[in-house]
Design a protein around this ligand. Structure first.
Ligand code: FAD
Length: 297
């Protein structure tokens, strides 16, 4: 590939990289090329090269909300992770690289006696993916602590989005756009470290108790329909334990589809169709997926 010869010097890249190695579902075929920039400068140079070649990359965080086609991705994936994951405390604020794990941000806030992110502890995404999705749990959303997000625009210019206008249930001003989140600033309140840590532990055990964390998944597959709970509707339809190939509606939490071993994305998509059809027939509610599908159809 000609593109490879022109990549920023020293940048890590992977050819025909199985996406199953980069998604928490552990499914997905190969991406033609995956680039792993390890600094903001490398990311900037990478994006500039791709732009000059007319290539629009797919931006990957931790792959914890993704279903990647079994045929893979024809094109370039840019993974935002190590090297773009720095964080510093500045008074009651934390400035955090988008490649950092959200759970690490929560731990860092606790170490600095900063309260506000405890409920987000255990969401297995990056800070960039969490801002993009406006991830949330137990009555909190990341927008509740968000001050601003820095991004690179599709034309290569840098920008900052202040405030939380445009953030809503599992969506942000970045959703479905081309902007690449590079870092974000979060505001906390001063708190008691021991209490913050105890709250995080409580959240961790509540997750472990309710969620099938021993199997690969992407968390809740469906968004919460207004006035209902997706898991309750699925359970009422008697779908718990339903399987297609290696994919199963979790016995523990009906809102999760789990990969019990050897599932393909095709299995998961078929199971999603079965669930949506049955719930629509039984309850009249059309479930919308929270998990995002990408790759060759
Ligand atoms: C066991 C489990 C439990 C979960 N629990 C929750 C929960 O309680 N609440 C919740 O909200 N979610 C939950 N999730 C889903 C998931 O962790 C979140 O949606 C998370 O925010 C996704 O982050 P990610 O880095 O993995 O993003 P990815 O899955 O890699 O990407 C998701 C989207 O964000 C975009 N994106 C990622 N990084 C960037 C960036 N830097 N700039 C621009 N776009 C970007 C991608 O292009 C993609 O469209 C859970 C998942 C699992 C597996």
């Amino acid at each position: 590939m000609e593109l490879i010869e022109r990549l920023p010097e020293g940048i890590e890249y992977l050819i025909n990289e199985p996406m199953s190695r980069h998604t928490t579902f552990r499914t997905g075929g190969p991406a033609d090329l995956m680039l792993l920039p390890s600094s903001l400068q490398e990311l900037r140079e990478t994006l500039s090269l791709l732009r000059s070649e007319g290539v629009k990359p797919f931006i990957l965080g931790n792959g914890s909300n993704l279903l990647v086609s079994d045929k893979g991705i024809r094109g370039v994936v840019v993974k935002i992770g190590a090297g773009l994951d720095g964080m510093i405390a500045d008074g009651d604020r934390v400035i955090c690289g988008s490649g950092a794990f959200l759970t690490r941000l929560c731990g860092f806030a606790a170490e600095n006696s900063l309260t506000g992110a405890e409920a987000l502890y255990g969401i297995p995404g990056t800070v960039g993916g969490a801002v993009y999705m406006n991830a949330g749990a137990y009555g909190s959303e990341i927008k509740d602590i968000l001050v601003s997000a820095d991004y690179i625009e599709s034309d290569g210019t840098f920008g900052t989005l202040h405030g939380t206008e445009g953030y809503g249930y599992r969506r942000s001003p970045f959703t479905d756009g081309d902007r690449i989140i590079t870092s974000a600033v979060f505001a906390f309140k001063r708190g008691d470290r021991a209490k913050i840590e105890a709250k995080m532990e409580d959240i961790k055990s509540r997750r472990a108790e309710k969620q099938p964390l021993n199997f690969p998944s992407a968390g809740s597959v469906f968004k919460r329909p207004e006035g209902y709970f997706a898991a309750a509707l699925i359970e009422q339809s008697g779908l718990k334990g339903t399987t297609v190939g290696g994919a199963q509606v979790s016995e523990k939490h009906a809102g999760f589809i789990v990969n019990t071993g050897g599932a393909t994305t095709g299995d998961i998509l078929s199971l999603i169709d079965i669930v949506r059809e049955k719930v629509l027939k039984d309850s009249g509610v059309l479930l919308e997926t929270e998990v995002r599908f990408i790759g060759e159809e």
